[in-house]
Design a protein around this ligand. Structure first.
Ligand code: PHE
Length: 361
C-alpha cells in the first residue's frame, strides 16, 4: 500500500498543462467512485491497527495533493484560454449586433447641402437660442407682426425688465439678455443669414441648416420642432432669374431631372418680391393624385429677393449689392421624397420606421 501511495503522489506531482477533458479524466481516475485513491480508502479498513495512524496520514496527504492538483490544473487551463476548457461553446452562433442607420432627416439634410455645395455654397450655422434682433428685427419684421406673438414663438426672456435695478437694466440691455431684445428659440434659420451678413463682406453664398422651434400643436402635418435649410446669395447684380435657376437646379438634382417648378407670388417681410415654389408631383408626374390632391404640384419652399431694408440692417450697401434667399423644411422635403404620411414618425425613433431608410445611406 505504501508503494502505491508513493507512486500516486509522484504521478500527481507530474501532471501539468492538461485540457479540461483530461483533467476530468484524472479526477475520475483518482477520486471517482472507483478511483484509485477511493479504493485505497476502502482498503484502509484492513490495515493493521498499529499502522492505521501512519497510513491514515499518508492517505489524507495523497487525497489533498490530488484535490489541490486538480484545482491547479483547472486554473491553468482557464488562464491559458483553452477554448475546450471554457464554459461557453465557441461553435455557437454569436449574438448579432444590429448596425444602426442614419436618420432620414440627417440623410435628407445632407443631400440638400451637398447639392448646394456643388453650386459653391458654404455651410453656416448659428445658435438655436437667439434674440429678437436676429430672428425678427433685422429681417424687417414690423413690431406688430403676428410671428412675434406668443402664439408662434417660444420666448425665453420676455421683453421686459421689471424688478431690476437701474444698473442691472443697463447691463442686461447692453448684453442683449433682456430689455427690448427678448431671447427666444429661433423660429427659422434666417437668423444665421443675418449673422453671416453682419460678419462677412459680399459676395456671400451660404446654406444654413438647423433646428427651428414654433409654438404649434403637434399633428401629422405640424410639429413644434423641425429642421430647415435656408440659403442666401448676395453679390453685385444678382437677379430673380439667378434665384429661379438655382432652385430649378436643386429640384432636378433632388427629385429627378424631369422635375418642373412653378413659382407663385407670396409674402415674407424679408424678401421683395417673394415667391413660393411648387415642384411637379413626383408620384404622379404631374397628372394629379391623392398626394398632390389632384393638382399635380407640391409646395416645397419659400424664397425671394432680399429686401433692401434687410441688407441695410446688416450693414450691406443695398445700392451696390442685391441677393436672393430661400428656405425649406427638411421634414417636408423628406415626406415628399419618401411619401411619409405623418411628421411625428420622424421624432418617435421607432426602429421599424428608421430601418426603412437603410438603403439610403
Ligand atoms: N424664413 C422663411 C420661413 O421660415 C423661409 C424663407 C427663407 C422664405 C428665405 C423666403 C426667403 O418660413
Amino acid at each position: 500500500m505504501k508503494e502505491r501511495i508513493e507512486a500516486l503522489l509522484k504521478e500527481i506531482e507530474e501532471y501539468k498543462d492538461k485540457k479540461e477533458s483530461e483533467i476530468e479524466e484524472i479526477r475520475v481516475k483518482l477520486l471517482g467512485k472507483k478511483g484509485e485513491i477511493t479504493q485505497l480508502f476502502d482498503e484502509f479498513r484492513n490495515v493493521l491497527p498499529e499502522q492505521k495512524r501512519e497510513f491514515g496520514q499518508k492517505l489524507n496527504q495523497l487525497k489533498n495533493a490530488a484535490v489541490q492538483k486538480i484545482e491547479e490544473l483547472r486554473n491553468q487551463a482557464a488562464e491559458s484560454g483553452d477554448a475546450s476548457s471554457a464554459s461557453f461553446d465557441i461553435t455557437k452562433p454569436g449574438d448579432a449586433h444590429e448596425v444602426g442607420t442614419r436618420h432620414p432627416i440627417s440623410i435628407t439634410r445632407e443631400e440638400i447641402i451637398n447639392i448646394f455645395k456643388k453650386l459653391g455654397y458654404a455651410v453656416a450655422e448659428g445658435p438655436e437660442i437667439e434674440d429678437d434682433k436676429h430672428v425678427f428685427e433685422s429681417l424687417n419684421f414690423p413690431p406688430e407682426h403676428p410671428a412675434r406673438d406668443m402664439q408662434d414663438t417660444f420666448f425665453i426672456t420676455p421683453g421686459e425688465y421689471e424688478g431690476l435695478t437701474e444698473e442691472e437694466k443697463a447691463e442686461s440691455v447692453k448684453e442683449g439678455i433682456m430689455g427690448y431684445n427678448p431671447i427666444l428659440l429661433r423660429t427659422h434659420t434666417s437668423s444665421i443669414q443675418v449673422r453671416t451678413m453682419e460678419n462677412v463682406k459680399p459676395p456671400i453664398r451660404v446654406i444654413c441648416p438647423g433646428r427651428v422651434f414654433r409654438n404649434e400643436a403637434i399633428s401629422a402635418r405640424a410639429h413644434c420642432i423641425f429642421h430647415q435649410v435656408e440659403g442666401l446669395y448676395i453679390d453685385k447684380n444678382v437677379s430673380f432669374a439667378d434665384l429661379k435657376q438655382a432652385i430649378l437646379m436643386f429640384v432636378r438634382e433632388f427629385f429627378g431631372e424631369n422635375a418642373q417648378i412653378r413659382m407663385r407670388p407670396s409674402y415674407f417681410p424679408f424678401t421683395e418680391p417673394s415667391a413660393e415654389v411648387d415642384v411637379s408631383c413626383n408620384i404622379c408626374g404631374g397628372k394629379g393624385c391623392n398626394i398632390c390632391k389632384g393638382t399635380g404640384w407640391l409646395e416645397i419652399l419659400g424664397c425671394g429677393m432680399v429686401d433692401p431694408n434687410v441688407l441695410e440692417a446688416c450693414g450691406i450697401d443695398s445700392k451696390e449689392y442685391s441677393g436672393f434667399a430661400f428656405g425649406m423644411g427638411v421634414e417636408r422635403i423628406a415626406m415628399l421624397k419618401w411619401q411619409v404620411k405623418d411628421l411625428r414618425l420622424y421624432f418617435e425613433n421607432d426602429a421599424r420606421f428608421l430601418k426603412e431608410f437603410e438603403t439610403c445611406l
